[in-house]
Design a binder for this molecule. Structure first.
Ligand code: TYD
Length: 191
């Protein structure tokens, strides 16, 4: 099972993926946690480009889209192998992030057409002001307008692609419980 958490920066994806991993491991499952951009050489290149405002300019979104797709292709090999070994994969972001951030939907779908799509996508929906507060202290974060625009795109995609949407303004434990309520029945678990 390939589970993906999506959401704007500061929505709590990484804390929630850790909690989800621990809960599933405690229940006896093999779990592999991944994130995009990944740890591959392409992922590292993307992370360094994201620090450079020129490289994240709208004229470079196609280049970034290609790099994200390449990084994802590399990651897919790991995910396929883990799935084959019956592990549960928890991903912090996926192909849907490219649809939201890089625009040009048709082309992004085309260059990602061989990518494995997550079985379950959970969108952590958060108010941009709260998200910004959570990002304080990080070396790089977005402004409220950008987060608002991104949140709207996520919500549009959520209804089209049938994501589960969770209110991530709530406390960390409540959000974790809401995630468990989605995952438990898929695995035939009682909570
Ligand atoms: P992020 O999850 O914020 O990583 P971290 O919290 O470790 O810094 O991801 C970095 C940025 O990459 C984020 O702002 C969204 C962007 N991104 C894209 O633009 N397209 C994509 O396809 C992906 C996966 C991420």
């Amino acid at each position: 099972m390939y589970i993906c958490l999506e959401g704007i920066d500061g929505s709590g994806k990484s804390s929630q993926s850790h909690l989800l991993e621990q809960w599933l491991k405690d229940a006896g499952y093999d779990v592999m946690r991944v994130f995009e951009p990944s740890k591959s050489a392409v992922g590292k290149l993307i992370r360094s480009m994201l620090q450079d405002s020129e490289a994240t300019d709208k004229n470079f979104q196609r280049t970034l889209g290609l790099l994200f797709a390449a990084d994802r292709m590399i990651l897919m090999e790991k995910i396929r192998r883990a799935e084959y070994e019956s592990s549960i994969i928890i991903a912090d972001r996926s192909f849907y992030s490219s649809l939201v951030y890089q625009n040009d939907e048709e082309w992004i779908r085309e260059i990602n057409k061989h990518i494995l799509k997550p079985d379950i996508v959970i969108l952590l929906d958060i108010n941009p002001e709260t998200a910004i507060k959570r990002c304080e202290g990080k070396d790089h974060f977005e402004n409220v307008e950008f987060l608002e625009k991104t949140r709207k795109k996520y919500m549009g995609l959520a209804s089209k692609e049938k994501f589960y949407v969770i209110n991530a303004n709530n406390g960390i434990n409540k959000v974790h419980d809401d995630i468990k309520k989605i995952i438990a029945p898929k695995l035939g678990m009682c909570i």
